[in-house]
Design a protein around this ligand. Structure first.
Ligand code: UDP
Length: 143
C-alpha cells in the first residue's frame, strides 16, 4: 500500500460544535499524521474555487454559503491509503446513510452540513492540497 496525502476540512458546523479535537483524535487513532493545518475563514471566492467542480449542481450556492458561515480547520493527512482511509473515517456524504462510528454519523445531522470534507482520489487530493497549502506548505514527519 502506498503512502498518500489527502486534504481534510473540518467544516463550519463541526468547528462551531467544538469538535476539532475529537475529529483529529480519530485521524490519529487510525494512523494518519497531520502534516499541515490551519484555521481559515474562507472567502466566498475561495469556497467557490474549491468547489468549482460542483458549480452546476443545485446545491452549489447553499454549499458555498455554508462553507463561509464560520471558520474551517483545513489539514493535510498522510499515511497508508490516506485518501480511502479518511473517506472511511468520515462516512457517507449523507449522515443518515453513514455507518455508526464515522464522523458524519456521530457528529453531523444533514447532507448539507456534514462536518467534514475529504479528497476522493489522488488527482483531486493533489489539486486540493496545493489550493490551500501551495507547493511547500507541508511539514514532512521524519521522526
Ligand atoms: N452536498 C449537498 N447536497 C447534496 C450533495 C452534496 O449539500 O445533495 C454537499 C455536501 O456538503 C458534500 C459536498 O456537497 O459534502 C460535496 O459533495 P460530494 O458529492 O463531493 O460529497 P463528499 O465527497 O463530500 O462526500
Amino acid at each position: 500500500m502506498a503512502i498518500e496525502r489527502t486534504l481534510s476540512i473540518v467544516k463550519p458546523d463541526a468547528v462551531a460544535k467544538n469538535l476539532i479535537g475529537q475529529i483529529y483524535s480519530r485521524f490519529e487513532a487510525a494512523g494518519l499524521k497531520i502534516v499541515a493545518a490551519k484555521m481559515v475563514q474562507l472567502t466566498r471566492e475561495q469556497a467557490e474555487g474549491f468547489y468549482a467542480v460542483h458549480k452546476e449542481r443545485p446545491f452549489f450556492n447553499d454549499l458555498v454559503s455554508f462553507m463561509i458561515s464560520g471558520p474551517v480547520m483545513i489539514q493535510v493527512l498522510e499515511g497508508e491509503s490516506a485518501i480511502q482511509k479518511n473517506r472511511e473515517i468520515m462516512g457517507a456524504t449523507d449522515p443518515k446513510k453513514a455507518a455508526a462510528g464515522t464522523i458524519r454519523h456521530d457528529f453531523a445531522v444533514s447532507v448539507d452540513e456534514n462536518a467534514a470534507h475529504g479528497s476522493d482520489a489522488p488527482e483531486t487530493a493533489a489539486v486540493e492540497i496545493e489550493y490551500f497549502f501551495g507547493k511547500d506548505g507541508i511539514c514532512p514527519r521524519t521522526r
